[in-house]
Design a protein around this ligand. Structure first.
Ligand code: PFF
Ligand code: NA
Length: 434
């Protein structure tokens, strides 16, 4: 039996987890969603969801992973609760499902790096998006994105994921900071910040039954929760870390990058139409190139911007593939063919989404409003009520502040659970009443 892999360093684990969290969700969805659903009022609901549900849940996933040192499905057997294996399985299936369309969008992003470089993406942005976002070309770039994802995962935890994210995460932050400084110099940038800062409580109050679950869903998706990914990443922790500091670091970094992306995207849009749009799948891909087309250094800025989006997407897609790969590898199969085989199947599952964006929207809807909240609910229930004291013991390992563990456990058992039940109910209600 080969020894199970571990992260080489604690920082490596943290960076990999930040890489997973920071992704298309932060850049493609978050700024547009915020701007079109109430600005800082939406941000407030989002932040509340991160603190009240997100942070306790990420710690719950860490505890399952680190205590079992196994993939997210077998973890439950090692924790002495074999009947709960399906909780991990829902997450693993959710990862598989989500990766299939996440990779399609990743493919568009590759296309846009090239299209910014040669200028094609900037000449007639609407037509360009229509041409590259669906059909054979989208399938080809989806395949290319999956291929890169497979190669990184095939190299394993330390030499693949850890090594890659060690370069990727700092690059994302540095490049985004540079872009944000550039965006601040644009005429009318102040108007852009207003999309983010404007406080429109009525945008939430009028549609609370949709906006609140959407904000919570986005907060949880953004933290990579519910897809067994954080369970899997924590299972590779070698020595004892302080999980609480790790979880807080990841949540803060993820929110910071989301806001930073807003500080890049929204001023760019303000130079143009003054309207952030609805945040549909085409938002970034049409609105940004339209704005860039009128700027002197538009093509160069476009290359850097889409490169950042690409790096962010890849550092997330590898975590989705790893959650599935880990299950097969832990059953004794070798990593390289496993990653390649799974990548091939995910590619096929994504072909409908690459063919037609209507499919992509459907896959995304099922993922964020069905798989994710149900898996999070089961994780919270399991860690809070089934693991119970064992979970608090595990959280305490390597931690100097002892008092947090019981408070965390109490939170999971009570208001976190209640809040997640509410979100699941609202999502099901929305799903079956449209
Ligand atoms: N957190 C990523 C994003 O915001 O784009 C997406 C994601 C990655 C979700 C991994 C879930 C996951 F398990
Ligand atoms: Na994110």
């Amino acid at each position: 039996m080969v020894e199970r892999e571990t992260w080489a360093t604690r920082l490596g684990f943290i960076l990999a987890a930040i890489g997973s969290a920071v992704g298309l969700g932060n850049i493609w969805r978050f700024p547009f969603q915020t701007a079109s659903s109430g600005g800082s009022a939406f941000l407030a609901v989002y932040l509340l969801a991160v603190v009240v549900i997100g942070i306790p849940t990420i710690l719950a996933e860490f505890v399952i992973g680190r205590r079992s040192h196994l993939d997210a499905i077998n973890a439950f057997r090692r924790l002495g609760r074999p009947k709960w294996w399906f909780v991990g399985a829902i997450g693993v299936v959710g990862s598989f499902w989500t990766l299939s369309y996440y990779s399609v969008v990743g493919g568009w992003v590759i296309r846009y790096v090239v299209g910014s470089l040669n200028g094609n993406a900037l000449t007639a942005p609407g037509d360009y998006f229509g041409a590259v976002s669906a059909g054979p070309e989208a399938v080809a770039f989806h395949a290319a994105f999956m291929l890169v994802t497979v190669v990184i995962v095939a190299f394993g935890i330390e030499r693949g994921i850890e090594l890659a994210t060690k370069f990727m995460v700092p690059s994302i932050v540095v490049l985004l900071l540079g872009l944000a400084v550039f965006a601040a110099t644009l005429p009318g940038s102040g108007q852009g910040y207003e999309f983010l800062l404007a406080f429109d409580a009525s945008a939430i109050a009028d549609n609370a039954a949709q906006v609140i679950p959407a904000a919570v869903g986005q907060a949880l998706f953004s933290l990579s929760l519910g897809f067994s990914v954080m369970i899997t990443y924590a299972s590779y922790i070698g020595k004892d870390d302080n999980l609480v500091t790790d979880g807080l670091t990841i949540a803060v970094a993820n929110t910071f990058v989301g806001v930073l992306a807003g500080l890049v995207v929204l001023p760019l849009l303000a130079t143009q139409t003054g309207d952030p749009g609805s945040g549909g799948p085409g938002a970034v891909f049409v609105a940004i190139p339209t704005a860039l087309a009128n700027l002197p250094a538009g093509r160069a800025i476009g290359v850097v911007f889409f490169l950042v989006v690409l790096i962010a997407a890849l550092s997330s897609s590898i975590s989705l593939l790893e959650a599935v790969t880990s299950y097969i590898v832990d059953r004794g199969y070798s990593r390289m063919p496993t990653a390649a085989g799974l990548g091939g199947i995910v590619f096929l599952l994504g072909v409908p989404s690459a063919w037609d964006t209507a499919w992509l929207g459907w896959f995304d809807g099922i993922s964020v409003s069905l798989f994710l909240p149900i898996a999070v609910l089961l994780v919270v229930l399991f860690v809070g009520w089934v693991m119970g004291r064992d979970a608090a013991d595990e959280l305490r390992q390597g931690m100097s502040t002892e008092g947090i563990a019981p408070v965390w456990l109490w939170a999971l058992r009570t208001f976190v659970l209640v809040a997640v039940v509410g979100v699941v109910a609202l999502n099901l209600y929305d799903l079956f009443t449209v």
